[in-house]
Each structure stands twice: as C-alpha cells, then as structure tokens.
Design a protein around this ligand. Structure first.
Ligand SMILES: Nc1ncnc2c1ncn2[C@@H]1O[C@H](COP(=O)(O)OP(=O)(O)O)[C@@H](O)[C@H]1O
Ligand SMILES: O=P(O)(O)OC[C@H]1O[C@](O)(COP(=O)(O)O)[C@@H](O)[C@@H]1O
Length: 332
C-alpha cells in the first residue's frame, strides 16, 4: 500500500544530511511511497511547512553540504502544546512515517512526539559530534574530522614558522570524539577532552611539562594543543592567560567554529548517509517504531530512540594512542 513518508533535518546540520535525503527519496520512489520534506526542523511540523520531494529535488545532491530542508532548533516543540500541535499536523497531512535526521536532542523530541503521534517514527543520526549511543558513527562526523584536521595542518605551517604554541578549539558540545580524532590525525602534541579532564591545574602542569620536554629534545619548536569546546573554564582566553602566567609566551588561540559543520561530505559520510537513509525506508510499514537506525561494525542496526542518549565512551584504543603519542609522550 502506498504510504506518505515525511523527512526533516533538526539541530546542528551535518555534511551528509543531503546525501541521506537523496537516499530516502530514491528508496521511497522504488517502494511506491510518497516522500515529503518538512522544512526548518520541528518548526516545519508546527507551521505545516512542507514540500513534495521528487527525483528532481535529489539531482546532484549527494556532494552538497548543509541540508536542502534547512535545520533549526525549536523551543516550542519542547513544550506539550507544541508537540500536540505537531502530532495533529502530521495526522492532518496524512503522514504514515516520520524520519528525523538529527542529534540526541532531536531524538528526545521524537520520543516526546511518539506520545501523541501514533504513526511510525524513525531517527537517523546526523551530527558532527558523534555523541549518539548505538551507532559507531553519525552522519557528518567523518567530514568534520577531515575539516578540523586540514585546518590544523595549515595552523601547523605558521606555528612552525614562528615556533609558536597554538591552542585550537574543536567542536563537540560535551563529547570528545571530534577533538580526539582531529588531534590524532593532525599529529597535535596535546589534546584536552571532556572525558579525561581532571582539573585545570593538572592539565596545565602536564601541558607545560610536555612543552619543556619537547623543547629540551628538539629545540624551540611549535606545539599544538587541541581543546574540545566547553571543557576549559572560560575557554581559550583563560588557558592562554594561564600559560602566559606560567612563563609560556607566544601563545595563539584559535577557535575553528562552524567551519567544521560545512563542506562537501567525505566518502565515509556519503556511504553512511546512503546506507542509513535506505535502511530507514526499508523499515516503513514494519513493526519497527520509535527506533534510530545506526551502523555497528559496518552493519545496519536499530536502537530504541530512548537509548540513544545513553553515554557513549570514546574508542579505548584511540585513548591509549592519545596517551602514548600525545599527552604523555615525554616522561618527566
Ligand atoms: N527534551 C526535549 N524534548 C522535546 N524536544 C526536544 C528536546 N530536546 C531537544 N528537542 C528538540 O530537538 C531540537 C534539536 O535539538 P538540539 O539538541 O538542539 O540538536 P541535536 O538534535 O542536533 O542534538 C530542539 O531545538 C528541540 O526542538
Ligand atoms: O550552531 P549552534 O547553535 O551555535 O550550536 C553549536 C553546537 O552545534 C554543534 O555543532 C552540533 O551539535 P548538535 O548536532 O548536537 O546540534 C556542536 O558541536 C556545537 O556545540
């Protein structure tokens, strides 16, 4: 039987969201479903703002960053009246299944919506932060690592020329996946992560020890510290000042910011987005409901939506690498 399948993108946009929309539309066409796209995240549900999606709308889309459906954060949707209104609008529009591409906040919203909307709801993980439990990676994460890595590569050139210390802040909200991978792949000298942060005093002492040890060995060389956002109290200016006070001068802070959310998705994100978009549509009409689709060990899986905000540990092998290759590289 033909079904109306709606998709929306919510929360922080991530490279590969468009690739996922493309896969959803193609899979819907193949199954004889009618795909429609709600605009501006959950705001689209509240304002009944949607467009019909066709193969025309997905042409040349896989390589585009951002999201053709636009994204938003929507306060009204966090309140009961808003969620009820969204559910009523979905029923009025004859939607059988709603696919939500977003992060853990969007999945909390989707879980809330399921109390009032009795059609099918399926989440697809899309965030550069990779902070969603039940999937090895989220759409956009691999591209963001590459963007941060290539930015740090460029910083290294000028840092080397001036033999300076650079502090580079990387996104991740409250998770260190992006910072750790950006630091490992760009051969940073030190990384500060929320999962391993002890205290400002302990981190400061360790950074200074590593700088002195490296300089004793190699002379006056550059030193790059990757700092996950929201970890250091009062941010990079406070860390710069603390280093200056400890006699480490010529320190330059740099916040990479939203550049990490943009750009054409790398192949791993396109493949993940395509796999998960197609898999989500394959579940339409089955008993799978209020689940997120994810990928574990290269296989598609489903996870209850309310389990996706469980804590997700960093990869332990990468943490071991961090210790030997970066933060505890020189014995002192
Ligand atoms: N606890 C919640 N209840 C209902 N809706 C929520 C909740 N948390 C987030 N949302 C909705 O999901 C949107 C996106 O969440 P946000 O945390 O900003 O991004 P992300 O989905 O990328 O984590 C929010 O603007 C809000 O509309
Ligand atoms: O775009 P905003 O509202 O400034 O939000 C920035 C936050 O969004 C992100 O880029 C993505 O986070 P979400 O996917 O959870 O929305 C975080 O890394 C960052 O902390």
């Amino acid at each position: 039987m033909s079904k109306r399948v709606a998709v929306l993108t919510s929360g922080g946009d991530a490279p590969g969201m468009n690739a996922c929309i493309r896969a959803i539309v193609i899979a819907c066409q193949k199954s004889g479903y009618e795909p429609i796209g709600y605009l501006h995240g959950y705001n689209g549900l509240l304002n009944q703002e949607f467009v019909s999606l066709s193969l025309d709308s997905t042409h040349n889309l896989i390589q585009q960053g951002g999201t053709i459906l636009h994204s938003a954060r929507c306060k009204e949707f966090t309140e009961e009246a808003g969620v009820k209104k969204a559910a009523a609008n979905l029923v009025e529009a004859g939607i059988d299944a709603l696919l939500v591409i977003g992060g853990d906040g969007s999945f909390k919203g989707a879980t809330y919506l399921s109390d009032y909307f009795h059609g099918q709801i399926i989440g697809i993980p899309g965030t550069i932060d990779n902070d969603i439990a039940g999937t090895d990676a989220t759409i956009g994460y691999y591209t963001a690592i590459d963007t941060a890595m290539s930015s740090i590569d460029k910083v290294r050139d000028t840092a080397d020329a001036f033999e300076r210390i650079f502090l580079v802040e990387v996104m991740g909200r409250h998770a260190g996946f992006l910072a750790l991978n950006a630091a490992l792949s760009s051969a940073a000298d030190y990384v500060i992560l929320p999962e391993h942060f002890e205290s400002t005093d302990a981190e400061l002492k360790n950074i200074i020890t590593q700088i002195h040890a490296q300089r004793r060995l190699k002379g006056s060389v550059s030193f790059i510290v990757v700092v996950a956002e929201n970890v250091w109290p009062k941010g990079l200016p406070a860390l710069t000042e603390a280093l200056n006070e400890a006699g480490i001068t010529d320190v330059r802070p740099l916040t990479l910011g939203h550049v990490q959310r943009g750009g054409a998705p790398v192949s791993s994100d396109r493949l993940l987005a395509t796999t998960l978009g197609e898999f989500a549509v394959s579940l339409v009409g089955t008993s799978s409901n209020n689940v997120m689709v994810g990928e574990v060990n290269s296989h598609p899986v489903t996870v209850p939506l309310d389990k996706t905000s469980d804590s997700k540990p960093l990869n332990s092998a990468q943490v071991a690498l961090m210790k030997t290759i970066m933060n505890e590289r020189y014995d002192c």
